[in-house]
Design a protein around this ligand. Structure first.
Ligand code: SF4
Length: 248
């Protein structure tokens, strides 16, 4: 590099908007190397583990944080659902979850409490998680739209379009390895299709490189308990994939 090569200074300059945290890390690294040089140490060996932890630190510092996404959402009035909501239901759970469950929209109980899946459907979701040895604190749960549609109607296209970027940013912050889309609307929104959930479930899809596993919405299962058998198959599929990524 350098001799006979291109002008390395061109690519060595940092972009002006480089996050302050990364500049701090680089500064610390530079100071540490200069200190080692002063001690007469001319060679350092970086183990795989050290490199990985350096990469993790850099990626952590560079990544979007969920609280930033929440701040950006603010007291959102980007779509008409703001007029009838009591609370924005942003999402809840582990900010570094490997699995994110995404429903379509908050219902009445969620709107009152400002938390996702807290009503009867939430209780069923807890049981579904427990059945595959997952706890709510271990996963992240949110919805396609963050405000309750009046009378629990389906969210409309313009509402999904207005709220969608915040879901994308949430997923960018969490970086899950698996997304479970709960119900027709969530699945169709992720996969940009109008195919029915019964045709889409039972298969692992991909959404921006993340495994996407659809299943029935717990509220639908409460009304159609005979579909629980298929939902159980989907949960087992999630469990199998989860164990794979955890190296079990
Ligand atoms: S549904 Fe989303 S976009 Fe619409 S007002 Fe609520 S937070 Fe904003």
């Amino acid at each position: 590099m350098g001799q006979g090569g291109g002008d390395y200074k061109k690519w060595l300059t940092w972009p002006k908007d480089y996050p302050e945290e990364i500049l701090n890390i680089i500064g610390l690294l530079k100071t540490n190397l200069e200190y080692q040089k002063a001690l007469g140490i001319r060679h350092i060996q970086l183990t795989q583990q050290t490199m990985q932890s350096f990469k993790d630190t850099l990626s952590e510092a560079h990544s979007i944080q969920l609280e930033d996404v929440r701040k950006e959402l603010g007291d959102c009035r980007r779509c008409k659902l703001h007029a009838t909501r009591k609370n924005i239901v942003f999402g809840a759970g582990n900010q570094r979850a490997n699995i994110v469950f995404v429903g379509e929209a908050p219902g009445r109980d969620e709107d009152i409490q400002g938390k996702p899946f807290v009503g009867q459907a939430g209780k069923l979701l807890n049981l579904m998680l427990e059945a595959i040895n997952l706890r709510r604190e271990e996963v992240y749960i949110c919805n396609i739209v963050k405000c309750r549609p009046p009378g629990n109607r389906n969210p409309q296209k313009d509402e999904i379009e207005a709220c969608g970027p915040f879901l994308t940013r949430q997923l960018e912050a969490i970086k899950p390895r698996i997304i479970c889309a709960l119900g027709t609307l969530a699945t169709q929104t992720f996969l940009k299709t109008e195919e029915s959930i019964s045709k889409l479930r039972g298969v692992i899809h991909t959404y921006h490189g993340i495994r996407l596993i659809p299943t029935y919405h717990p509220a639908f299962l409460l009304r159609n308990p005979y579909k629980k058998r298929e939902a159980w198959e989907d949960m087992q599929l999630i469990q199998k994939e989860y164990e794979k990524i955890r190296g079990k």
